[in-house]
Design a protein around this ligand. Sequence first.
Ligand code: DO4
Ligand code: MG
Length: 285
Amino acid sequence: MQLGKVRNADGTAGVVLVDRQSVFRLDLARDPQVRTLADLLHSPDPLAAAQKLIDAKATSELLPTQTFVAPIDRQEVWAAGVTYKRSKVAREGESKGAAQFYDKVYSAPRPELFLKATPARVINPGAPVRIREDATWSVPEPELTLVISPAGKIVGFTVGNDMSSRDIEGENPLYLPQAKIYKGSAAVGPLVTLAGAMPPLPEVEIRLVIRRGGKSAFEGATTLSQMARTVESLAEWLYKENEFPEGAFLMTGTGIVPPDDFTLARGDVVSITIAGIGTLTNPVA
Ligand code: DO4
Ligand code: MG
């Protein structure tokens, strides 16, 4: 079972429950406690709360995937780094003067966590993500993304793209916010799979395909069994000494890094598929 947001033909937004291929529009006006998708996700039983909002007379619809918009309301988007060995090795290679810090953070109890985006900065499925004009080496980072309630509970999972400028990050780790947080650098969606509906996490495959001129320019895959931390511990660290009254999204790090001679170009199309959730596709502007 999945929850998501759609853009209606008249430009307004709607909330939907998705059961495999069937999409049910929800009538939020039926429950005064529920004004947004986040209210549903943060309720004690999101599936039961959503099912109560289905119009009994409404039939399910088949919606084109471009109808879905990012399933976010007012949550901040955070990200974890160096949670897979592949990411540690790639950072050590790109930042010669600071390689030791990546090794240290990979094995330290405290993870690397950084603010990635505010909701207004998040790019919808199908809309263009960006590479920085002043970057020479840019990559997408395909990441399982946790949807966390204000109380710190992982209530669902979505797909995230942590667009990154490797040359800027590699020049000096203190440039990380510029390498990571810029216009068009974060995309999430298309849907949130409720926590209880997710397949067993270690088996979940993440796949990245980058197309250029209609042909595959890079393909890679990993599974969550390669992640050196648990999703629960990442959520716990994020909420330590912090408050998220609107809840939070947390990208959990990349385990797929294209070879060092690969950089994204305008016109590329990035598709990230996570088993149990779906595919987030964005062209590169
Ligand atoms: O330390 C740099 C960021 C790492 C990151 O974003 C990742 O591993 O996914
Ligand atoms: Mg990342």
